[in-house]
Design a protein around this ligand. Structure first.
Ligand SMILES: *Cc1c(COP(=O)(O)O)cnc(C)c1O
Length: 409
């Protein structure tokens, strides 16, 4: 049974996030269900960036490295992200891209588990996670190899040759979620370290790295954290791994005293050793301002709304039985996206986008929708669901123009 519009409006009237929606500069006529891929702009982010450009860069010029303490901006933004992932502020910084941080953290993990050669990951993990592991293996020769197994086979594959378990908590395609604490415990029992990719977790639901006893983690700034296209990535190193932390991209900004201009690299103490080069101040400033949307937000309450949006959206989508929900229904076993298998998923998504409902396509046949409570109302999701059903049942996607593939899908 699906809800009436009146019932949906009653849910919105009681929505604790009704007010936060006004922060976001969403264009009229667009229902945005792709914030899991690129979070939207907030008015305050645009204003802050304008100010940083005009005042800090324009007027302050190079003096702003001191007057605005640009050098510690990665740590300040990291401290804002820390509570969202259950971490000490001293364990988090924001630097580089997720892909680059994967390389650094994998190298650290492998070096900290000498004598073991295997990086264990999941078949169909996000490509960059696997590609970076392959790159590290190629660099290390016989010393390191990547092994991938299906999700079900992970517990049995943990063994004494595995140095590190590299997993993405929420699968980008299906939205299925691993039990991070349980798998971390199993991996630790086998003497392994763990590296968790939180690209589809941070900012979507409560994450507790400390409780899960995770060794290393990282995630994107531009998805649920809304930091803007190409926003830098956060990186987490458990407090027990901070002493003596050293990673192979030993750039001067990760050195103990960058402005001593020493020939010899000496890593900075603590999490700062994960840094490499000059931080991207504009991107970091955008992310810093974007994180204001989370201040005072109880992530458990946010997650409850996301589950309500999921239930509403999937109930409506059931009106098109051709759509095969591949995301687990059990909230404990999924993130906050809804993914459907449909044979002409690309075409159907293009048709839907033309109607003002933005989700995305993931090869070969997945239609993916992000359910983000900070700016989506129940009514938005109600209309988006009905549009989706309409596109499928009227076969609107059959028009030839929808089959033309864009460079970015
Ligand atoms: C989006 C995503 C990335 C992106 O990495 P970039 O270096 O920012 O391009 C990495 N891992 C996962 C699981 C992702 O979903």
């Amino acid at each position: 049974m699906t809800l009436s519009l009146a019932a949906v409006r009653a849910l919105d009237a009681a929505d604790p996030f009704a007010g936060t929606r006004a922060r976001f500069a969403l264009p009229p006529g667009v229902l945005y269900l792709d914030g899991n891929s690129l979070g939207p702009l907030q008015h305050t982010v645009a204003r802050h960036l304008t100010d940083v450009v005009a005042t800090q860069w324009g007027e302050g010029l190079i003096r702003s490295w001191n007057t605005h303490d640009w050098l510690d901006l990665p740590a300040r933004v990291g401290a804002r992200i820390a509570p969202l992932i259950g971490a000490d502020a001293a364990s988090v910084t924001v630097t580089d891209s997720t892909s680059i941080n994967l390389f650094k953290l994998l190298a650290v993990a492998v070096a900290r588990n000498p004598g073991r050669t295997t990086i264990l990951s999941e078949t169909h993990n996000f490509p960059t996670d696997l590609h970076v592991a392959q790159g590290l293996a190629a660099l290390k020769g016989q010393g390191v190899r990547l092994r991938t197994v299906t999700a079900e086979d992970i517990p049995a594959a943990l063994d004494a040759d595995c140095a590190v378990l590299l997993l993405t908590e929420v699968n980008y395609r299906t939205g299925a979620r691993h039990d991070m604490a349980a798998l971390t415990r199993l991996a630790h029992d086998k003497g392994m370290l763990t590296l968790w990719d939180l690209a589809h977790s941070a900012g979507a639901f409560p994450v507790d790295l400390s409780a899960a006893d995770t060794d290393f983690a990282l995630g994107c700034g531009y998805k649920y954290l809304n930091g803007g296209p190409g926003a830098p990535s956060f990186v987490y190193v458990a407090p027990r791994h901070l002493p003596g932390l050293r990673q192979p991209l030993s750039g001067w900004m990760g050195a103990a005293q960058p402005f001593a201009f020493d020939d010899q690299y000496e890593p900075a103490p603590g999490i700062n050793a994960m840094r490499v080069g000059t931080p991207p101040i504009l991107s970091l400033s955008a992310l810093e301002a974007a994180l204001d949307a989370f201040s005072g937000v109880d992530m458990a309450v946010l997650r409850t709304k996301a589950d309500g949006l999921f239930d509403l959206f999937t109930a409506i989508a059931a009106g098109a039985p051709e759509l095969d929900l591949v995301t687990p229904r059990d909230p404990a076993r999924r993130g906050t996206q809804a993914s459907f298998r449909f044979p002409l998923a690309y075409e159907a998504m293009q048709a839907l986008i033309e109607q003002g409902v933005i989700g995305d396509f993931r090869t070969p046949d997945i239609m993916r929708f992000g359910l983000t409570p900070l700016y989506l109302s129940y009514e938005d999701v109600f209309h988006a669901g009905h549009k989706l059903v309409e596109v499928i049942t009227t076969r609107a996607y059959a028009a030839p123009r929808f089959a033309i593939r864009n460079k970015v899908v």
